[in-house]
Design a protein around this ligand. Structure first.
Ligand code: ATP
Ligand code: MG
Length: 150
């Protein structure tokens, strides 16, 4: 399955979708989350963290670009928004040594971290609290992941 589209009606439903993604995630996977400010990228990541068995709350602090959370595997949560226009490699790879799941918001600002294969989740704001999530698998293991959560 190359594409999967899911709409959620509220924050909690987005947490449930994220939880499914987190449960199905395999080591060394990369999820790219696309969408405007307030689309729900961090909210989805909170669900993903839950699905990885992480108890700490996932937040978007003002100055932290990379946060590491420990669950059944590490979650590397990157919010690159504040890196817009910077081109240097910040040496994140050294902080991401263990096999884990990498979730990136605003991945266009950390293009050097994007591997050949990944899951792209594009989030669109609909009316009220509705959000559309279009998940695009780039690579066989991500196609299998979509089949698992569909
Ligand atoms: N269906 C929904 N799914 C996700 N969030 C929702 C939904 N309905 C309402 N919301 C609200 O929308 C906001 C989403 O904020 P969130 O921080 O997840 O967005 P973001 O895409 O990470 O934004 P940013 O680009 O600023 O990091 C939250 O306040 C959340 O409560
Ligand atoms: Mg965010």
């Amino acid at each position: 399955m190359k594409y999967l589209e899911v709409c959620t009606e509220n924050r909690e439903e987005t947490h449930v979708l994220g939880e499914k993604l987190g449960r199905a995630a395999r080591e060394n996977m990369v999820f790219l989350l696309e969408g405007d400010l307030g689309a729900g990228k961090t909210t989805l990541t909170q669900g993903i963290a839950r699905g990885l068995g992480i108890r700490r709350n996932v937040t978007s602090p003002t100055f932290t670009i990379l946060k590491v959370y420990q669950g059944r595997m590490p979650l590397y949560h990157i919010d690159a928004y504040r890196l817009e226009g910077m081109v240097q490699d910040l040496g994140f790879e050294e902080l991401m040594e263990d096999d884990g799941l990498t979730v990136i918001e605003w991945s266009q600002f950390v293009s050097w971290l994007i591997p050949d294969e990944y899951l792209r989740v594009t989030i669109t704001l609909l009316e009220d609290d509705r959000r559309r999530f279009v998940m695009e698998a780039n690579g066989t293991q991500y196609e299998e992941l979509l089949e698992e959560i569909a």
